[in-house]
Write a protein that binds this ligand. Structure first.
Ligand SMILES: C[S@@+](CC[C@H](N)C(=O)[O-])C[C@H]1O[C@@H](n2cnc3c(N)ncnc32)[C@H](O)[C@@H]1O
Length: 202
């Protein structure tokens, strides 16, 4: 294992985020967006736009994306490593399936039309397990389905090239890449990207 790597479990960066961010405040942020007339459902809009019957919300956190997708009639399962965030998701939507698991070890024994990683999930995975996490997430994409990931491009976080290599090794092909969930074109030196990979139809 690389020096400083923590193995299974939350990354140091995720633990630091948890020390800094109040969970109620995190959810309130999206409510404030809605109150200000902004759309808080960019991720769900993008995913729903692919017309999936089933979605795996990988790194679902407090469930905001999964719950919105379920509200639109899509079958959704949420997976996350953090039991406290999952508790919030369960409290908001006890009728949905929420699974506590490390993405790097995930094997649900089924596939989904879309696997979505919203909100910097790949960056927050423990560095030595990012490749495994993306590989496992990709393994849950059905033939013809998509893996959709939105992540900041920060020093020390995965580069777009690294993510492309991991997805290609997992049998996915590049589909599209945009600057935002709303689909704005990506610039020459982006600090955020939404990347879509597709598994070729069977
Ligand atoms: C900033 S939150 C985003 C949550 C949610 N997707 C959203 O957009 O609101 C990042 C999430 O990644 C999860 N995460 C980090 N490493 C993980 C891992 N190895 N397996 C599963 N989830 C992980 C964290 O627990 C956290 O819920």
């Amino acid at each position: 294992m690389a020096p400083g790597a923590r193995g299974a479990g939350p990354s140091e960066e995720w633990s630091e985020w948890r020390r800094r961010v109040d969970l109620d405040g995190y959810d309130a942020r999206w409510a404030r967006m809605a109150a200000a007339g902004q759309n808080p459902h960019g991720e769900a809009d993008r995913v729903a736009g692919y017309g999936p019957a089933s979605v795996l919300d990988a790194g679902c956190g407090t469930g905001r994306v999964a719950i919105e997708l379920a509200r639109r009639g899509i079958e959704v399962i949420g997976v996350d490593l953090d039991p406290d965030l999952l508790d919030q998701a369960r409290a908001k939507a006890p009728e949905l399936t929420w699974i506590e698991a490390d993405l790097a070890d995930l094997d649900l024994g089924r596939t989904f039309d879309v696997v979505v990683l919203a909100g910097n999930v790949v960056g927050f995975v423990e560095p030595s397990r990012r490749s495994a996490a993306l590989t496992a997430a990709a393994a849950h994409v059905a033939p013809g389905g998509r893996l959709v990931s939105g992540c900041q491009l920060r020093p020390g976080w995965p580069t777009l090239d690294e993510c492309d290599v991991w997805c290609r090794a997992a049998g996915l092909e590049p589909d599209e890449r945009t600057a935002t969930w709303e689909g704005e074109p990506i610039g020459a030196d982006p600090d955020y990207a939404v990347t879509v990979h597709r598994r070729p139809p069977a």
